[in-house]
Design a protein around this ligand. Sequence first.
Ligand code: ATR
Length: 284
Amino acid sequence: MNLAELNTETKLCGVIGYPLGHSLSPIMHKSAFNKLGLDYDYLIFEVHEQEFSSAFEDLKSKGFRGLNVTMPYKLEIMEYLDNIEASTRDIGAVNTIVNDDGVLTGYNTDGFGALEALRSNGVDFKNLKGKILIMGAGGAARAIAITLTKLGAEIIIANRTFQSGETLVNTLKNIGTSEAIKIAEISENIDEVELVINCTSVGMHGGPEGSLLPEELIRNDMIVFDIVYSPKNTPLLTVAEKCGAKVIYGYEMLVHQGARAFELWTGETAPLEVMRQAVLGELG
Ligand code: ATR
């Protein structure tokens, strides 16, 4: 991509990360810009680690309006920013940047995206009787666990590396109730769980195969949410649906976190349905 070719009137947004071949963000955001007739563009900046610093400084000097930041730069990017929004500081990772005349502010829209995916699928936290089982303790799990704990949810973190689960629970201690367990201990705790959220890469296209939640542990009164969006029907969601559980697809979180970024950049209400259809068109 040659930045010099860009019309200077066009506001530049994009995603920076590595690798980025599979990103659905360009089609999602471009559809939204087109729908609202906004003179914005959304590009992919696939940048190797050795080039990250110079590539980011170059982008900044060209005056981008907004960026999504993805793996592996969600932590590193924080040292390049002027401000970090308060709740994002608690999460400790940035996935969205807004550039206001050279002043860069970092946000994390993952927790918001997950929350809206749940709410728009009828999950009302006030009426949730059981606990929430979060599988995973990486960046996305952290953002989602902090967001849901702040709302009063009781969380169980099950992670392959138990110690990372414990570290997350230590962070959550200041805001609510949570405990860390091993993946093998899910069966002993599942009776009190009403909502399961997979925040690991298990089941992702090109990632580890299968599901961390055995079929015999899924009940038809459960809600099962997989933040993996490709494939749309992950092994976890396929089995959960077969068991009669309510399923929530990962693309819902992608769309809602994208909508939040869109609104931060443009100040306009995001055309959610346009964004959802753009993503679904790619996922099939
Ligand atoms: P993200 O930013 O998307 O959350 P991440 O921070 O790399 O990505 O986190 C990936 C999560 O998937 C972690 O919880 C990881 O578990 P570990 O902490 O043990 O690494 C989990 N994960 C990845 N591959 C896994 C596998 N094969 N089995 C179980 N968990 C796995």
